[in-house]
Write a new protein. Structure first.
Length: 296
């Protein structure tokens, strides 16, 4: 069993993921620029490092969960990047959601240095991160994927090998575009039903038992008070921020252009979330798109 894991990036997703590794008796060293996030993990038994390089230096596995491709590249590449810092037998797992070409660039650099690496973006939201039931969507060599599975299993329930390097990112971007579309559609339907005097909880149960059923209704209802513990019932705090959904939708539209794939609903979703962000929704959970619709 791998004994020492470095975890870099302790946000709304990364923090609970690192906690689940501790629960499975892994030795975990953590680093994040947010010292409060670091303290939460050290209080749970993790070791703290002063920087990413120090965290990764003696690790068997390095996991990163970072907000953008530029940050991922800055952490891994260059003379002071992690690829240059780690031991040759270290396995690198990037769980960030970034452009497929960025993932391929970093993984190619790792392989050139003789280090194994996969891209392994996640799906399931903060509730799944906390419960250890995330879905991991992986891209990379069979050998590296198989080596990563026992570690990913401590944090997730479903682990898919989508294909070669970058394939995990392609699948995740497609998934998040669909997530945005059905969250907007769910919010529109609930908002219209409530405007006609229906109870949003009753309306949700009707749609869950009907052809409109979807993940947003099942586990992430956007209407406040319908479902406990989801961001909508916490003033849209925590969860997956609008600015991150915007990033992913931007990636989806770049991928659509590269693929010459028609994504009219994806394009419209990107426009709506961008307007929502511009009007002050940036730090709210993406289910707050319902608030945006109510303001119209």
């Amino acid at each position: 069993m791998t004994s020492h894991i470095a975890f870099i990036g302790l946000g709304n997703m990364g923090g609970p993921m690192a906690h689940n590794l501790l629960k499975h008796d892994f030795q975990v060293t953590v680093f994040d620029l947010n010292q409060n996030a670091v303290k939460v993990l050290t209080d749970q038994g993790a070791q703290a490092a002063g920087n990413a390089q120090a965290a990764a230096q003696q690790a068997d596995v390095v996991i990163t969960m970072l907000p953008s491709g530029e940050i991922v590249k800055s952490v891994y590449l260059g003379d002071d990047g992690l690829i240059q810092s780690v031991q040759k037998d270290t396995l690198l797992i990037d769980c960030s959601t970034i452009a497929a070409e960025d993932a391929r660039e970093v993984i190619a650099a790792a392989h050139k240095h003789g280090v194994g690496m996969i891209d392994a973006p996640v799906s399931g939201g903060t509730a799944a991160a906390e419960a250890g039931t995330l879905t991991f969507i992986c891209g990379g060599d069979d050998k590296d994927f198989n080596a990563a599975k026992p570690i990913l299993s401590a944090m997730g329930k479903h682990i898919f090998h989508a294909g070669e390097a970058g394939a995990g990112q392609v699948a995740k971007i497609c998934n998040n575009m669909l997530l945005a579309i059905h969250m907007i559609g769910t919010s529109e339907a609930l908002n219209m039903g409530v405007a006609q005097g229906l109870d949003p909880a009753v309306m949700s149960e009707i749609m869950k038992a009907s052809s409109g059923n979807n993940w947003s209704l099942q586990v992430y209802n956007p209407y406040p008070g319908v479902m406990p513990k989801v961001p909508a019932s916490r003033d849209y705090q925590g969860g997956f921020m609008v600015e991150l959904m915007n990033k992913d939708l931007g990636l989806s539209q770049k991928l659509a252009a590269q693929s010459k794939a028609s994504t009219p609903l994806g394009a419209l979703s990107a426009q709506l979330y961008q307007i929502h962000q511009n009007q002050g929704g940036s730090g709210l959970d993406f289910s707050s798109i319902l608030q945006f619709l109510q303001a119209k």
